[in-house]
Design a protein around this ligand. Structure first.
Ligand code: MEV
Length: 312
């Protein structure tokens, strides 16, 4: 039996703007993960794969899945990349503790775990660039026009400064950063929110381009602040990014309530993370404020809180 896993992620700066060619910063969240486990199926015919994913109530032979079913696509693309055509039957089981539709990259993490597990099962390791590229192909099935940041941060498992079409830059934080990830309980409908932003951008390009430029400036400043460990600088940049996300129209009453409560309880910076509309709100905190901010978020309606530390 062979297993491989991949972490969740949060976007610290630049969501949405990244779809329009601006940079964004994302970090892996190792406290949650997707895991793929492969075991041989001795009594079945060669070339068959049985896929089980209890989180999405899926239990089926791969050949019976739709051609564009994301798990099938991930498996097939990996076998192609490994140049494997003939093999004995196996079972692939996928589990994930990453909340779905919450902006934490669960779809990218599931793909990366599957790709790694299949490569390992056949005694190979694939470079992270290729893992990320295969996961990106699968992301297109989920999200239509993904920027590629989710598959990149999940495959690299390091904080990344990402811009479409460029090699990702790894950021080594100068100081550890602690984030509380609070779930609003409302799903983040990535495709829908990304499409809504696109419609608004088409009807008023100059307004949205100006917002994307401002987000881009914050993201570049944040990259420097993170690398040099200037924690007190990062918080206000997150708050400013949240104001711009409000202007983009991707916030919600639930998000606003969590943002306000965490700011009042002493968080250094608070913003939505991912597509918005629902999903998660992230708070950068000093360790001594963890309990106060966490309690305030729960009081304001957060249904769960994950604490994560991004270390140098
Ligand atoms: C999704 O995690 C982040 C968005 O910027 C979409 C994307 O980058 O593909 C909203």
């Amino acid at each position: 039996m062979i297993s491989a896993s991949a972490p969740g992620k949060i976007i610290l700066f630049g969501e949405h703007a990244v779809v329009y060619g601006r940079p964004a910063i994302a970090v892996p969240v190792h406290e949650v993960q997707s895991k793929a486990t492969i075991s041989a199926l001795k009594e079945s015919n060669g070339g068959l794969i049985f896929v089980e994913a209890p989180n999405i109530q899926l239990s089926s032979w791969m050949v019976d899945l739709e051609e564009d079913q994301p798990l099938r696509k991930a498996i097939q693309q990996t076998l192609e990349a490994l140049d494997i055509e003939d093999f004995s039957a196996f079972q692939l089981r996928v589990n994930s503790t990453i909340p779905m539709a919450s902006g934490m990259g669960s779809s990218a993490a599931i793909s990366v775990a599957i790709i790694r597990a299949i490569a390992l099962y056949f005694g190979q390791t694939l470079p992270r660039e290729l893992i990320s590229r295969i996961a990106f192909e699968v992301e297109k099935l989920h999200h239509g026009t993904p920027s590629g940041i989710d598959n990149t941060v999940v495959a690299y498992e390091r904080p990344v400064f990402f811009r479409r079409g460029e090699d990702p830059q790894i950021i080594t934080p100068g100081e550890p950063m602690i984030f509380l990830i609070a779930d609003t309980g409302a799903p983040a409908q990535t495709v829908q929110v990304v499409n809504e932003v696109r419609e608004r951008w088409i009807s008023n390009e100059s307004y949205y381009e100006a917002i994307f430029d401002q987000i881009s400036e914050l993201t570049i400043l944040a990259k420097r602040a993170i690398a040099s460990g200037q924690i007190p600088v990062i918080g206000p940049l997150m708050n400013q990014n949240q104001v711009l996300l409000e202007a983009l129209g991707v916030s919600s009453p639930e998000i606003r309530k969590l943002v306000k409560s965490a700011q009042e309880a002493g968080a250094l910076g608070v913003k939505l993370s991912g597509a918005g509309g629902g999903g998660n709100v992230i708070s950068l905190i000093e360790p001594s404020f963890e309990t106060a901010v966490s309690n305030a978020l729960v009081e304001a309606g957060a249904i769960s809180i994950i604490s994560t530390k991004v270390t140098p």
